[in-house]
Write a protein that binds this ligand. Structure first.
Ligand SMILES: *[C@@H]1O[C@H](CO)[C@@H](O)[C@H](O)[C@H]1NC(C)=O
Ligand SMILES: *[C@@H]1O[C@H](CO)[C@@H](O)[C@H](O)[C@H]1NC(C)=O
Ligand SMILES: *[C@@H]1O[C@H](CO)[C@@H](O)[C@H](O)[C@H]1NC(C)=O
Length: 416
């Protein structure tokens, strides 16, 4: 990788940490703690059975665990909350909704606030049939027909493969189980894979509408603050440190890498990370505690590299193998094929909600996305701008129900 892209990769990796690290500021007593870098912060006991028993049944909701196999052999864990706290009232043919989380987290993120504040529960209480996806590599989706997660081949994938395999596997499964088209909710990377898929006109036959929170498609503007920091780091070590295998944010190589960055003179990760992720306005300290106990989750280093390419290149394309020859071998073209968002069917109902303080889904990049959608049927697109929201507010904000989730419910009802 060129130095430039390495810098951006470093920025990207760090900035995704912000979700985890930044909220600690509020009650940090030392620098180490504020960074979340001490081993203890990251020692997690995964719930023994799964998300249903850990986070759903405890609140009095019915919950079912499923396994879904992708066409490339991954076995994904999926949860279903078929009814609200007061049961499903015997209602048949409820409208299914699929919740797709972002990178470095898992489906638990939809359930961390109280039931009155968490999107997963609010949708169930609003009469929807809620399904929760967990991307390959996250703690409950670390299985494969033939590969073990200790095998680097298990990690040979990028978000292209989530578009090509994970998303269709889960949508197919829900579609077959319920016999109905699905409303989709994505956050962060969960928006990117949906947009990329729709741009290839894939899955649009199974999706009724999509709500995209903190949409990311273009990422060119997210790195500015951190470029300075990363420049001071030993960014050249990234690929040797991590290899093209598991990117485990709780693992020693990533932890050491961050420590190294943050130990540099003049680098105050505390401030820099804040400026990077944006200021989440509305997080509950207890929820943040719970978040840190449950997240972050692994992804593949190749996926992080692909995201870094997206940042660098300012266009949305498939993974770049680095040379015309290698790209030729994979794609039959010297450059990776692009995902052209102008090809998203213009009558597919879309709801976009983005924040003015979001450093990952930067306002300028969302404007680029809106520009790509400018020919969309105006009756089929709703855009909401939440001035004081940053990335995590959309999934954990205590005000998110009033500001965002009620809008989502109305949008889904309108397009039912
Ligand atoms: C990773 O997968 C690609 C196909 O997607 C394949 O061409 C490549 O050889 C694989 N790499 C390794 C190290 O197995
Ligand atoms: C924050 O979370 C705690 C624990 O779930 C809860 O008791 C409290 O009411 C929450 N505060 C707000 C403002 O939602
Ligand atoms: C994307 O698609 C639109 C409409 O189909 C077309 O006008 C535009 O040239 C395409 N963009 C690229 C970069 O191929």
């Amino acid at each position: 990788m060129a130095e430039h892209s390495l810098l951006r990769f470093a920025s990207l990796s760090l900035s995704f940490f912000l979700l985890v690290i930044q909220p600690y500021e509020t009650f940090a007593s030392s620098r180490g703690r504020s960074l979340g870098l001490t081993a203890n912060n990251f020692i997690l006991a995964p719930p023994p059975t799964g998300i249903c028993s850990a986070a759903v049944s405890v609140h009095g909701y019915e919950c079912q665990e499923y396994e879904v196999r992708t066409d490339d052999g991954y076995i994904l864990s999926v949860q279903r909350i078929p009814g609200g706290r007061r049961g499903s009232n015997g209602k048949k043919n409820k409208q299914p909704i699929l919740l797709q989380h972002g990178v470095l987290v898992d489906g638990m993120t939809w359930l961390l606030n109280s039931p009155d504040e968490s999107l997963g529960f609010i949708l169930a209480d609003s009469g929807f049939d809620v399904w929760i996806a967990n991307t390959r590599g996250t703690r409950f989706s670390r299985r494969h027909a033939t590969l073990d997660p200790t095998n680097p081949d298990f990690w040979n994938w990028t978000w292209d493969d989530l578009v090509a395999s994970d998303l269709p596997a889960v949508l197919d499964f829900v579609f077959k189980r319920t016999g109905q088209k699905i409303h989709y909710v994505g956050h962060s990377l969960g928006t990117l894979i949906a947009l990329a898929s729709f741009s290839e006109r894939k899955q649009v036959d199974k999706v009724k509408s999509a709500a995209l929170l903190s949409p990311i498609a273009y990422l060119s503007h997210m790195t500015t603050a951190l470029g300075v920091v990363a420049a001071k780091a030993f960014v050249g070590e990234i690929t040797t440190l991590f290899g093209l295998a598991e990117f485990n944010p709780k693992g020693q190589p990533v932890t050491n890498f961050l420590k190294g960055l943050c130990a540099q003179p003049d680098v105050h990760c505390y401030d820099i990370l804040t400026s990077l992720t944006g200021n989440n306005c509305c997080l509950n300290a207890s929820t943040v505690d719970l978040f840190v106990k449950n997240e972050p989750q692994s992804t593949s280093t190749k996926n992080m590299v692909h995201l870094a390419q997206t940042v660098r290149d300012g266009i949305l394309s498939k993974y770049n193998y680095g040379t015309a020859t290698f790209n030729g071998l994979h794609y039959g073209e010297s450059k990776p094929p692009i995902y052209n968002l102008s090809n998203i069917p213009r009558d597919l109902p879309l709801f976009l909600s983005y924040g003015g303080q979001d450093a990952l889904s930067d306002v300028r990049d969302v404007e680029t996305l809106q520009d790509a959608l400018k020919l969309h049927d105006p009756a089929k697109i709703s855009v909401q701008y939440v001035k004081n929201y940053a990335h995590a507010d959309f999934i954990m904000g205590v005000t998110a129900k009033d500001i965002v989730y009620n809008q989502i419910v109305s949008f889904f009802r309108h397009h039912s």
